[in-house]
Write a protein that binds this ligand. Structure first.
Ligand SMILES: NC(=O)c1ccc[n+]([C@@H]2O[C@H](COP(=O)([O-])OP(=O)(O)OC[C@H]3O[C@@H](n4cnc5c(N)ncnc54)[C@H](OP(=O)(O)O)[C@@H]3O)[C@@H](O)[C@H]2O)c1
Length: 442
C-alpha cells in the first residue's frame, strides 16, 4: 500500500499529503475495449464477465484538474450500460471531444474505468486550480462541462456535458480518480464516506427533473407519480416531492417495498404487480385506465407530473395518466428507448414532455446543501468492497437492490468520515440508515 493511501486513511494534513509521492499505478474497476462483442448472441449479458478489477496507470494531470483519493463510490445504471457495451460501446466516444487536443486523447485507452459518483480527499491539484486544495474532503459532480461553451454560463447541462466515468475515463470505482476542478463539491460533514458517495448523480438528476427551473417545476400540492420509488432516482424523487409540499404517488414492484415508502412519509403506494395487467403490461389504454383509476382512488386527482425514466414499458401510461396540462419529465429509458404513446392524449389535453439530463453544477450544489442540512438523506442500502465492484453492478443490473449500492474504495470499512457528529445526531440514525435496515426483496 502506498504512503499516500496510508496518509489519506489516517486523515493527514495538506502538508503531509503533499510530502507523499503520487503512485504511478492504482486499482480500479474497468471494462476492456478488446471485449466489445463478448455478449453477442447471449440473452443474459452478465456484467460480471466484462467488469474487471486490477491495476491501471495514473493519468497525467491537466492544469484544470485534481486527483482525488476515492474513499467510496456508488453504482449507477450507466455502469450497466458501459459493461454490456450498449446502446453503443463507450469506447466509441471516449476521448472524442474536440477542441482539447492536448489533454482529451488521454481518455481514449484500451480500458474504461467506470463509476460516476465518489467521495474522497483531494491529493493533487493542477496549476490552474483555485476552488479547492489538497486535503479537502469532497464529493464529485458527474457533469464534465466545457467552460469555453457559451451555454455553460446559462446552464451547464446545455454546454455539451459529458458524464464522468461513462462518457469520460478515470471514473469513480477506483482508488484514485482525475476530474475537472469544477466537478468538486464539499463533502457533507454529517455523512460517512459511503453515504456521501451515494447521492450526487441520482439526487441531482431528480432535483433538476422536479425542482430546477429547467424541469417540471413542481409546486405545492402537485400530485407526482413516481415510478420505481425505492430505486436510485425514485428514492430521492420522493424526498424532493415531500419537501416541496407535493403529493407523491409511489409505484413499486412488490408489496414489501411499501414499508420503506411509508417510513419516508409517503402515504400513497401502488404495487404494480397487483394491477392485474396482461401480457402487454402498461402499453395499452385499458391498462393506463386501471392505473389512472388507482391514482384517483388514492388522491382524488390525476397527476400533475409523472417522474419517468423507464421508457418503452411505461411511457404510454405516463402520457396517458398525466392530467390535462400536466407534464411527463423523463431522463432515461431503462426498458427500451423506442417509445410508443398515443399522441392524441398529449396534444388534446395540452400535456408536455420534458427531457432532462443530469444536473448543472449549481443544481448539484443546491442538492448538496439540502443533504448537508439533513433535508435530503442518502438512500444507501448496502456496500461492496472495490474488488467486488462487478457483483455490485450485477445487483443493479438485475434490479435486486433498493436505493443506492455503494462501493468502498479506500475506506477500509463502513461508518468512517463523519466530521460533524452533532449534526448527524440531530438528523438521526433512523433516517440516515433507513435503506440499510430495510429487507431487500430479491
Ligand atoms: N439522464 C440522466 O441524467 C440519468 C441519471 C440517472 C439515471 N438515469 C437513468 O434512469 C434509469 C433509472 O436509474 P436508477 O438509478 O433509478 O435505476 P434503479 O435503481 O435500477 O431503479 C429503477 C427502478 O425501476 C423500477 N422498474 C424496473 N422495471 C420496471 C418496469 N418494467 N416497470 C415499472 N418500473 C420498473 C424498479 O422498481 P420496482 O421494481 O420496485 O417497480 C426500480 O426501482 C436508468 O435507465 C438510468 O440510466 C438517467
Amino acid at each position: 500500500m502506498s504512503d499516500l493511501i496510508q496518509a489519506v486513511r489516517a486523515g493527514a494534513s495538506r502538508a503531509e499529503l503533499l510530502e507523499c509521492d503520487l503512485p504511478s499505478r492504482f486499482r480500479a474497476a474497468y471494462t476492456l475495449k478488446a471485449e466489445i462483442g463478448i455478449f453477442h448472441g447471449t440473452t443474459d449479458k452478465d456484467v460480471r464477465r466484462s467488469i474487471h478489477v486490477g491495476e491501471v496507470e495514473m493519468p497525467e494531470l491537466a492544469p484544470d484538474e485534481v486527483v482525488v483519493a476515492v474513499m467510496a463510490s456508488a453504482v449507477n445504471f450507466n455502469s450497466v450500460w458501459t459493461a454490456i457495451f450498449e446502446p453503443v460501446p463507450t469506447f466509441t466516444f471516449l476521448g472524442r471531444r474536440t477542441g482539447d487536443a492536448r489533454w482529451w486523447p488521454r481518455h481514449d485507452l484500451d480500458h474504461h474505468i467506470i463509476g460516476s459518483d465518489a467521495s474522497g480527499v483531494v491529493v493533487r491539484t493542477g496549476e490552474a486550480v483555485w476552488n479547492c486544495s489538497v486535503g479537502d474532503r469532497v464529493v464529485i459532480h458527474p457533469g464534465v462541462v466545457d467552460p469555453g461553451d457559451p451555454y455553460s454560463q446559462e446552464d451547464g447541462v446545455m454546454a455539451t456535458p459529458l458524464a464522468w466515468g461513462y462518457e469520460t475515463n478515470f471514473g469513480g470505482m477506483a482508488e484514485f480518480t482525475v476530474v475537472k476542478a469544477n466537478q468538486i463539491i464539499p463533502k457533507p460533514a454529517c455523512l460517512t464516506w459511503e453515504e456521501a458517495a451515494a447521492n450526487t448523480l441520482c439526487a441531482g438528476t431528480a432535483y433538476r427533473m422536479l425542482v430546477g427551473r429547467h424541469g417540471a417545476r413542481m409546486k405545492q400540492g402537485d400530485v407526482v407519480l413516481i415510478w420505481g420509488a425505492t430505486g436510485g432516482l425514485g428514492s430521492y424523487a420522493i424526498q424532493f416531492v415531500r419537501n416541496g409540499g407535493g403529493v407523491p404517488v409511489c409505484v413499486v414492484g412488490c408489496s414489501d417495498k411499501a414499508e420503506i415508502i411509508h417510513a419516508m412519509g409517503g402515504e400513497h403506494v401502488i404495487d404494480r404487480s397487483s394491477l392485474g395487467l396482461g401480457d402487454t403490461g402498461l402499453r395499452e389504454p385499458a391498462s393506463w385506465r386501471v392505473l389512472g383509476r388507482r391514482i384517483r382512488q388514492l388522491t382524488g386527482e390525476d397527476p400533475h407530473i409523472v417522474f419517468e425514466y423507464l421508457g418503452q414499458e411505461t411511457f404510454a401510461a405516463s402520457v396517458g395518466v398525466a392530467r390535462r396540462g400536466g407534464s411527463v419529465v423523463t431522463c432515461g429509458s431503462s426498458t427500451g428507448y423506442r417509445h410508443q404513446y398515443d399522441n392524441r392524449y398529449l396534444w388534446m389535453r395540452i400535456k408536455r414532455i420534458i427531457g432532462s439530463h443530469g444536473a448543472n453544477y449549481h443544481e448539484a450544489n443546491e442538492v448538496n446543501r439540502l443533504i448537508g442540512l439533513g433535508m435530503v438523506t442518502p438512500t444507501l442500502s448496502m456496500t461492496y468492497p472495490l474488488d467486488q465492484a462487478a457483483e455490485a453492478v450485477r445487483l443493479v443490473q438485475r434490479g435486486h437492490h433498493i436505493g443506492k449500492v455503494g462501493i468502498r474504495c479506500l475506506a477500509p470499512s463502513d461508518g468512517l468520515g463523519v466530521t460533524d457528529m452533532e449534526l448527524r445526531e440531530r438528523i438521526g440514525e433512523d433516517r440516515l440508515g433507513l435503506f440499510r435496515r430495510a429487507v431487500v426483496p430479491r
